[in-house]
Design a protein around this ligand. Structure first.
Ligand SMILES: NC(=O)c1ccc[n+]([C@@H]2O[C@H](COP(=O)([O-])OP(=O)(O)OC[C@H]3O[C@@H](n4cnc5c(N)ncnc54)[C@H](OP(=O)(O)O)[C@@H]3O)[C@@H](O)[C@H]2O)c1
Length: 343
């Protein structure tokens, strides 16, 4: 059995991990943390039947040796010290925040407005996009779990980027359920503000998650990469992300070639659901699962010269976009069946 600690268990990703780990055949929870509710049973903070007693992060540092792996479900900026402390204690660290996703302190400052206090560790973390980085994840001790939006965009576009078919510009229109913002009481996330409404935010070249799209997709593009116009929206639903991506492929590339490219790239992937022509990926395909659903549509169906395609990719932001993907990373890193606890 792998013994697990969860730092930040009372947030949305943390409680999702608690749920998912209950049915994991090879992992068990040993301790879980909260600062605001330390000393209380988890069942007093969330509507769950499990009475794990919440401890502070400081107490968890003292109990580090009781676990093999710690999941950090903390706000960005708060994971850095925790990651270093647990790594020095010899634990595997799987960080769900953005603190170790980017490749330099400069990039972290540019997108997150913070000085990185452990820049020497940045290069030690494996970016946990399992379908892309599986080989690097095997045996990994430090994993940075990708952001929720970038998981849809990167998985939705990776085959095209790798083939050099992404073009100079991609328009990404994404919608996220309100849980994407965390369990926080801010005005835009109140029921009356969010319900029956749809709000774009951080549109233009602003949203922090663009950095991960550039890293992954421009990182593999043989032709220098592209510019991402990214428009995220707050969707009045609890969970789920739907990203609609508009791409122009090189002249001569056909819809059949694109479908074959995706089929080959994702052959045998347990958590990628490629939809057949004529069907669209929806939130229902993926909410409450660890899957991504991907659909491909020509802008002018039947026109062999059509170069414009619309890729839709959906996921559950708390599962494939966070805690499920984190468990998938753990499974690969520890040499377990990749799907353990996730089907
Ligand atoms: N929500 C998503 O869809 C999603 C998806 C992918 C990645 N992420 C990332 O995953 C991380 C967690 O997200 P979330 O949505 O679960 O956040 P959340 O709901 O706001 O939960 C944050 C958790 O961190 C704890 N915490 C807050 N400040 C802390 C501090 N200074 N020291 C120690 N613990 C502290 C909170 O504990 P108490 O309040 O109980 O003290 C709570 O358990 C974030 O970095 C987020 O960007 C989120």
């Amino acid at each position: 059995m792998i013994n697990v600690g969860i730092a930040g268990s009372t947030g949305y990703t943390g409680i999702e991990l608690v749920h998912l780990l209950q049915r994991h055949p090879h992992a068990q929870i040993v301790w879980i943390t909260s600062e605001n509710s330390a000393g209380k049973p988890l069942s007093e903070v969330h509507a769950v039947p499990w009475n794990y007693t919440l401890i502070t992060l400081e107490e968890a540092y003292g109990r580090a040796t009781e676990v093999d792996v710690v999941f950090l479900c903390l706000p960005h900026g708060q994971s850095i010290t925790a990651a270093r402390t647990f790594a020095e204690a010899g634990l595997a660290v799987i960080d769900l925040s953005a603190d170790f996703r980017l490749d330099s302190a400069d990039a972290y400052r540019r997108w997150y407005g913070l000085e990185h206090t452990a820049p020497e560790l940045l290069g030690c973390f494996v970016y946990g996009l399992c379908e892309v980085n599986r080989e690097r994840l095997r045996g990994a001790r430090l994993v940075a779990v990708p952001g929720c939006y970038p998981t849809t965009v990167n998985l939705g576009l990776y085959p095209l980027a790798k083939a050099g078919w992404l073009g100079e510009r991609v328009i990404v229109d994404s919608k996220s359920g309100v849980s994407g913002a965390g369990r926080t009481a801010k005005l835009p996330y109140l029921f009356v503000e969010a319900n029956e409404n749809m709000t774009p935010y951080n549109i233009g070249y602003r949203h922090r998650h663009i950095a991960e799209m550039e890293l992954v997709l421009n990182g593999v593009a043989p032709n220098g990469g592209c510019h991402f116009t990214f428009s995220p929206h707050l969707l009045p639903a609890n969970r789920g992300i739907l990203s609609t991506m508009y791409v122009r492929v090189p002249a001569g590339v056909t819809e059949t070639q694109i479908r074959n490219l995706y089929a080959e790239a994702y052959a045998g992937e347990p958590f990628i659901h490629l939809l057949p022509a004529g069907q669209q990926a929806t939130l229902r395909h993926t909410v409450y699962t660890n899957r991504c659903a991907i659909s491909i549509t020509a802008d002018h169906p039947g026109d062999p010269a059509c170069r414009d395609f619309i890729i839709v990719c959906t996921e559950d932001n708390l599962i494939k976009g966070a805690s499920g993907q984190a468990i998938q990373c753990m499974n690969i890193a520890f040499g377990l069946d990749e799907t353990a606890g996730l089907l």
